[in-house]
Design a protein around this ligand. Structure first.
Ligand code: DX5
Ligand code: ZN
Length: 221
């Protein structure tokens, strides 16, 4: 069963509560939160304060925090206190990511490693058994509303094969460029958590209906 994770990057922050509640009514169990530092990626967003606010709005939601920051280990305590569930950091930001995964696990978070489009799946082979999720970026990180990079579906298949061969249970999350015309195909390839930002939030009057229809379309996979 594949699940949808609406990304608040594309929401109207002046109507955060209303829009998150609409997404939840549509059936969203997971909310994706993009933290950007202006160094690892050329854009800045928000930090733990917004995660804490989302936790207050959705006490039972699964909060999936995607850190696009340098030195992610520095912020683990803050995001734990803010109420994160999944915490993804980028493999490209850390030389010894085994250590960071251990820190996340010992903080009670669900550890995940994110890979930029150019970073091969083989980068996480050694730590795959320690992860709850691998986040495959299907656009270059930094901005919502970009186009899916063709060929990224092959990384989903490669990762799925590796997880199955090793008898592991690891979520495969994809992030970036998800649209009406590729979402089912990507779920069929093996993505189990599908992030959607602009697709869900660009039409502010239809958030609930959009989430409901996308959730139903990917549920069978
Ligand atoms: C981009 C972020 C994404 C972003 C996706 O760096 O990681 O989560 O919100 O936006 P869309 O779905 O519009 O491509
Ligand atoms: Zn993201």
């Amino acid at each position: 069963m594949a699940r949808l994770a609406p990304s608040i990057l594309s929401c109207d922050f002046s109507r955060l509560k209303e829009q998150l509640q609409a997404a939840q009514r549509g059936g969203a169990e997971i909310i994706h939160l993009d933290v950007m530092d202006g160094h690892f990626v050329p854009n800045m967003t928000f930090g733990p304060l917004i995660v804490e606010a989302v936790r207050k709005i959705l006490p039972d939601g699964l909060l999936d925090v995607h850190l696009m920051v340098e030195e992610p280990a520095k912020y683990i305590n803050d995001f734990t206190a803010a109420g994160a569930d999944f915490l993804s950091f980028h493999a490209e930001t850390v030389p010894d990511f085994d250590r960071v995964i251990n820190l996340l696990r010992s903080s009670g978070l669900r550890p995940a490693v994110a890979l930029c489009p150019g970073t091969p799946v083989s980068a996480i082979e050694n730590v795959l058994h320690k992860l709850d999720m691998v986040l495959l970026m299907t656009v270059n990180p930094g901005f919502g509303g970009q186009r899916f990079i063709p060929g990224m579906e092959r990384k989903i298949s490669e990762l799925k094969k590796s997880i199955q061969q090793r008898g592991l249970s690891v979520e495969i999350e994809i992030d970036g460029g998800i649209q009406q015309n590729n979402i089912e195909f990507l779920a069929s390839r093996g993505a189990t958590i599908i992030v959607a930002g602009s697709l869900v939030f660009s039409d502010h009057d239809r958030i609930e209906a959009t989430v409901r229809s996308l959730t139903e379309r990917i549920r069978p996979f």
